[in-house]
Design a protein around this ligand. Structure first.
Ligand code: ATP
Ligand code: MG
Length: 569
């Protein structure tokens, strides 16, 4: 087992629980209050508000990114402004076009349209010029110290750092060396460019941070043009400023980097510099979101790719059958706040259920089937029963479902010895077969091993659904499918990929039982599906025809979400 595998299987910390009040993402929130204030103070024009979503193309987007996407796009929209999609691709090693493509697809699928599409790497020339400017100004220097030596001299939270012996190189020496770095005269790590700020600053980010490093690697966008690459903290403010971003919205871990963000733009005398505002990262119960961790799950084949329907990636949620509307609704409901909090994944599921209820057709599908023989029903007869397409949308009309002598019912709809208040099938009891007849169970036929072979029942022809029969009432209504025309389908019941690790409180572990595969029987109209179609399997929950595995000859469905949850809004 490689080191990586161990990491995947080992436990990871859950986000800390911390409740705090928030306001809706689309309503007024503290970010909008800051923007209003800036507009009022004339810092930015009201009609020029600009944001951006800046993913690093080193993995697929996840539900946490959906929050950042929603905040950036809805904020721009609120002010009639613009929001860019910018690939923050300043690290040549981890980035890939596959990720670039998937990110564009996911943002579009979520329903957002970027104003401009940019790559941080498109600005490498300008960034290089900016670095030269800082050197000329005397506020950047080339350092020969190794990464380890730099770390040793950096100091700690309680002790100041010490200045590098190379800090006082002349401007012309620095210019020459930086040029030599760029032209490939040095190996990786031999030299770096550092900002000259303050080694005793209480903020460690301000202790002469490295702003350029050498990396002899091919970049996915610029190829081998460069062997020096800007560090994130230097690149990001410049990228924002070049695009005319007014408000650079990011997550809380960048709060301590804000002084450096501002220092870079002030040192460059940038007019109309953007303002960075931080908000809390989204944490979800039963979910791990770090791209590094998700990539490990993919690489180790713990899951079936980035779009495995159990993954919290946007592509996984899409394959799971979640809708963009549900995800946007979720992002709106969780709102925007500064304090980190962990949201119950039940809220996301609630949003999905609410959205699907109004959108999908109902189908009869039988789980853990038990055969029913209607002994008084003619052997060669077949009827077509009318069933409503959607209980939530009466105007969607009815479909015809075949009914004949042999049927299947759910295993959970029969009890040989009924418990109290059990109104479904048991010997001697009469129930309504939804959309068909009243059926009485008379006899249980067993296999040699004692398991149930079939139920012998009788029907009452007078009780046909729609005939207006009012003779008597029954308490139980169950659904069924006709055995002769039933279609065997594979249903994958999906659970959480991450579950609490009892041995390590506060940690998650991989759920080894996150996918249960069953064969179920569906009414024949299920074959009208195409991959990606969603349904309510009557009384069971919401299911989607798997976008990769569904075939007419061998239909595969994934569970999206159950009918009900105990989650309280
Ligand atoms: P991860 O830590 O999951 O690998 P990241 O922060 O490195 O993610 P980026 O591609 O750099 O991923 O993120 C793009 C934007 O999405 C950033 O502005 C980042 O702050 C935001 N973002 C990432 N994760 C979350 C999250 N869980 N909640 C809210 N915003 C997030
Ligand atoms: Mg990142």
């Amino acid at each position: 087992m490689s080191e990586n595998t161990k990491n995947v299987k080992s436990t990871i910390p859950t986000n800390s629980e911390n409740s705090n009040t928030t306001t809706n993402a689309t309503g007024n929130n503290f970010i909008h209050n800051f923007i209003d204030e800036d507009i009022k103070n004339g810092v930015y024009d009201a009609d020029k508000i600009m944001t951006r979503f800046p993913p690093e193309p080193n993995g697929y987007l996840h539900i946490g990114h959906a929050k950042a996407i929603s905040i950036n796009f809805t904020t721009a929209e609120k002010y009639g402004g613009r929001c860019n999609l910018r690939f923050d691709d300043t690290n040549p090693v981890k980035e890939d076009v596959e990720y670039v493509d998937s990110i564009m697809e996911d943002v579009r699928w979520l329903g957002y349209d970027w104003a401009g599409l940019y790559y941080g790497s498109d600005y490498f020339d300008q960034m290089y010029d900016c670095a030269v400017k800082l050197i000329e100004k005397g506020v950047a220097f080339v350092d020969d110290l190794s990464a380890d030596e730099i770390r040793e001299l950096r100091g700690t939270l309680t002790t100041p750092g010490s200045e590098s012996p190379y800090r006082n190189r002349t401007i012309s020496e620095n210019l020459e060396l930086f040029e030599a770095m760029k032209s490939g005269a040095f190996k990786d790590g031999e030299k770096v460019l550092r900002a000259k700020i303050d080694m005793s600053s209480p903020n460690i980010n301000m202790r002469d941070p490295v702003i350029y490093r050498i990396s002899h690697n091919t970049h996915h966008n610029t190829g081998d043009k460069w062997c020096v690459y800007p560090m994130y903290d230097f690149a990001h403010p410049i990228e924002d400023a070049i695009e005319g971003i007014t408000h650079s919205l990011c997550t809380m871990e960048f709060e301590d980097h804000r002084p450096l963000y501002n220092w870079v733009l002030e040192s460059l005398n940038w007019p109309h510099a953007p303002r960075q505002i931080e908000f809390a990262r989204l944490g979800l119960t039963n979910t791990v979101m770090s791209k590094r961790y998700l990539k490990a799950l993919v690489d180790e084949e713990t899951v079936d790719g980035w779009d495995d329907p159990r993954m919290p990636t946007i592509s996984g949620l899409r394959r799971r059958g979640y809708t963009p509307e549900a995800i946007r609704d979720f992002c709106d409901r969780i709102g925007v706040a500064k304090a980190n909090s962990t949201v119950d994944v039940g809220l996301l599921e609630h949003c999905v259920r609410e959205d699907l209820k109004a959108k999908v057709y109902s189908k009869n599908v039988i789980f853990d089937p038990i055969k029913v023989i209607i002994t008084n029903y003619p052997e060669d007869k077949m009827e077509e029963m009318e069933m409503e397409n959607s209980r939530d949308n009466p105007d969607w009309g009815n479909r015809l479902v075949p009914f004949s002598r042999e049927l299947y019912v759910d295993g959970s709809d029969f009890m040989e010895e009924p418990i109290k208040k059990y109104f479904r099938l048991f010997p001697g009891n009469e129930v309504r077969f939804k959309g068909a007849y009243f059926i009485t169970c008379n006899e249980v036929i067993k296999n040699e091993d004692g398991s149930i072979k079939e139920l012998h029942c009788t029907y009452d022809p007078a009780t046909r659904s729609g005939s207006g029969f009012e003779g008597r009432k029954v308490k139980g209504t169950i659904h069924w499918v006709d055995a002769k025309t039933a279609v065997a389908i594979t249903v994958r019941e999906l659970g959480y990929l991450m579950i609490d690790d009892e041995e390590n409180p506060g940690m998650y572990k991989i759920n080894e039982d996150s996918m249960e595969t069953k064969t179920c029987y569906a009414e024949p109209s299920i074959l009208e599906s195409t991959a990606g179609d969603r349904y309510q399997f009557f009384r069971h929950g919401f299911y989607v025809a798997d976008s990769k595995l569904y075939r007419k000859e061998a239909p595969v469905f994934n569970s999206i979400v159950g009918m009900k949850s105990s989650f309280k809004i």
